[in-house]
Design a protein around this ligand. Sequence first.
Ligand SMILES: Cc1cc2nc3c(=O)[nH]c(=O)nc-3n(C[C@H](O)[C@H](O)[C@H](O)COP(=O)(O)OP(=O)(O)OC[C@H]3O[C@@H](n4cnc5c(N)ncnc54)[C@H](O)[C@@H]3O)c2cc1C
Length: 400
Amino acid sequence: MKHHDVAIVGGGCVGLSVAKHLAERTDLDTAVIEKEHHLAAHQSGRNSGVLHPGFNYPPESKKARFATEGTRRMKEYCDDHDVPCEELGVVVVAKTDREEAHLETLAEQAEANGVEYELLHSQEAIREHEPHAEGQAALYAPEAASVDSQQYVYALAREIQNAGVSLYTGYAVEEIDHTASGYRLSTSNGDFAASYLVNAAGLHADTLAHQLGVGEQYQVVPFRGEYYEVRPERAHLCETMIYPTPDPELPFLGVHYTRRTDGKVIVGPNAVLAFGREAYDNTDLDPSDLAETLTYEGFRKLLASKTMLSVAWSELNKSYRKAKFTEASQRLVPEIEAEDLQQSYAGIRAQLVSDDGELVKDPLFVERENAVHILNAVSPGLTSSLPFGDHIAETLAAKV
Ligand SMILES: Cc1cc2nc3c(=O)[nH]c(=O)nc-3n(C[C@H](O)[C@H](O)[C@H](O)COP(=O)(O)OP(=O)(O)OC[C@H]3O[C@@H](n4cnc5c(N)ncnc54)[C@H](O)[C@@H]3O)c2cc1C
């Protein structure tokens, strides 16, 4: 049995950030326990890699605070640790009067959150930033950046190991029990004892929390997001990042264009129910995960809403019919053609849903006497990872 003061389950950007800040704040003997042999195998390495500087989130919300501060801190971190990061800026395009009106809300939020922005009121003004994008108005936010999220995760891992944190990869935590002195974690590679626990298990955080009777009113519903890559000869169609105006009712930002730090332009993601927490291909199916989702009353209530049902249908179409995905892409860049889009990777979001059928939109963690369970490290969780991990480390350190 291995003994540590703190066991952090999950070596994604959030778990590693908690470890980094615990090492900076305390002398605790900390271990990160990660089930995969390679890091960044799930959300932290399968995303758009965009630093969102806080204009999408209401002032005073945790999301706004963490995203705005996270964007600034992450740029410094990438600079200091040689992680590719480019401040390209983003153009959020409105195609209808309703969307244009919502841009005003985004502008107000940007103002209140201290985020730089400019409202563009014509097609000509949009084209000065993105010559191939089409819309009647847009919000331009120059601080948005593109980052290599996998290299960021590995930089965090190197840093925490240099700071004395033990990183165990290839150890899947199967069961967690309370003991007189803290917790016993049974893994695929032997047992651990720890006085303090941080559950940062992403797509599986709810399952582990439920074992300890925590967060039973919530369940993770996995939503797959698929990406296409624009073939290199047509990558000039997006110079920076082009987003649609988000629907405030939905937690996902919609199919968008991102120029990655390696120069590739990716389009996506859609948001379709995944038939398993790690079912990355649209033919993958994990029967027990799927049954868990379909029998969850929160999921059934969620689907009972007409809006969600119609969104689910349209997203499903984008997943199984490339023509529909192309249509969504053409809404922002009309010149893009189906043959310009080559199927690329997919990511799965751990979307927390409550028993009453609500999508939990804000970051959520639950404290216990000697534990913190991170149940919803929701997007923009990559952007927010430094201040969010710092906040969790501070919360845990106060318990010691
Ligand atoms: C498609 C997509 C696009 C996104 N785009 C953006 C974006 O552009 N910008 C942004 O800011 N955010 C984005 N996000 C959100 C962001 O990626 C996540 O919020 C963030 O990565 C969450 O990090 P995490 O560490 O909580 O989760 P993860 O990266 O999933 O890490 C959890 C880790 O726990 C491990 N684990 C799970 N169970 C166990 C167990 N039982 N034992 C041991 N280890 C375990 C997993 O293997 C995993 O490595 C996106 C997410 C997705 C899916």
